[in-house]
Design a protein. Structure first.
Length: 319
């Protein structure tokens, strides 16, 4: 993990504001040589040697077109290479199926995005999972226990070769809140994340967690679970809520996912103002802030250039 981000995570007064750029493979597939030229203009944001050709050759897993079945029996489908897949086949559609669901035997230390809460939805299907939480059936806790046991085994396998920080990803929110509500999240999910992240801290490592959706009401809970830095979305949470929860009511380190829902539509000047507004609202000299950007093929490259120019300027912000 980037040293500036580690210092921001640990409130160690980073000399620069950490910024990072991620790209979906679809961006390179759609823009090709134009994207190659763009990357050469911004070498500080793209890995050396990364090209549209190398990205296309390296597409694998959930970003490949087609279908595959994961270790739990979930069937994933991807209709557009370079974009992420989604689950179309749920292996435990009936509650009684949970009783016979077997925990996968692989012990490779893999913890893919959606490893806990979203895993429950993938296994049951969204509507069935929501009914489980609404009715609080006995089978729900059994399913949670099975997924948690698998994750703890995978964490134990990953820890010996992990660096000083482990990265986790699980989208806990919808656009305007938690689908299961904060109360039931605290009852069913908070103990799971606490147990898993205690394992990481017990090994002397830090926890970084990406989570999409509106999750500001449980961000203090995630901190209590052991998350050292949260990667929340700007649009779903709102800047006012992030300032209130992470600066006024408490001090929570965040690597802010800038408003990618606006990237295809905002003007270059609006994007630059967006970066400035976020930095001025959330910056603290002691740290606790990073900025992250994810670029997809729907953003005009002129707008992407304005965004990266703004990130370059933000690095030197001193408040």
């Amino acid at each position: 993990m980037d040293s500036m981000l580690m210092r921001a995570m640990t409130w160690d007064s980073p000399p620069q504001l950490p910024v990072s750029v991620a790209t979906l493979p679809a961006l390179w597939l759609h823009h090709g040589e134009e994207m190659n030229r763009f990357a050469r203009e911004y070498p500080d944001f793209f890995p050396a040697g990364q090209t549209a050709q190398s990205v296309e050759q390296g597409i694998s897993g959930r970003y490949q077109a087609g279908e595959f079945t994961d270790e739990w029996g979930c069937v994933w489908r991807n209709q557009n290479a370079g974009m992420d897949a989604y689950v179309v086949g749920h292996p435990v559609p009936e509650r009684e199926d949970i009783l016979t669901l077997e925990i996968p035997q692989n012990r490779d230390g893999s913890l893919p995005h959606g490893f806990m809460y979203l895993r429950l939805l993938d296994l049951r299907g969204f509507e069935e999972a929501m009914m489980d939480f609404a009715e609080e059936c006995d089978e729900l806790q059994l399913l949670i226990d099975k997924v948690l046991a698998y994750n703890c085994t995978q964490i134990a396998c990953a820890l010996p070769r992990a660096g000083e920080c482990m990265v986790f990803g699980d989208d806990l929110g919808m656009q305007t809140g938690l689908a299961i509500g904060a109360e039931k999240w605290r009852k069913y999910m908070k103990p799971c994340f606490t147990k898993m992240y205690n394992m990481v801290h017990g090994a002397g490592k830090l926890v970084y967690m990406h989570t999409d959706g509106c999750i500001h009401e449980i961000m203090p809970d995630l901190q209590q679970c052991g998350v050292n830095m949260i990667n929340p979305q700007f649009r779903a949470n709102g800047l006012e809520n992030l300032v209130r929860v992470c600066r006024r009511e408490g001090k929570i380190a965040i690597n802010l996912d800038l408003d990618r829902q606006s990237f295809p539509f905002a003007t270059p000047s609006q994007l630059q103002e967006h970066v400035r507004e976020c930095v001025e609202a959330l910056y603290l000299p002691a740290g606790g802030l990073g900025l992250s950007v994810e670029l997809n093929y729907d953003i005009p490259l002129q707008s992407a250039a304005a965004l990266l120019d703004a990130l370059r300027a933000a690095k030197g912000y001193q408040g």
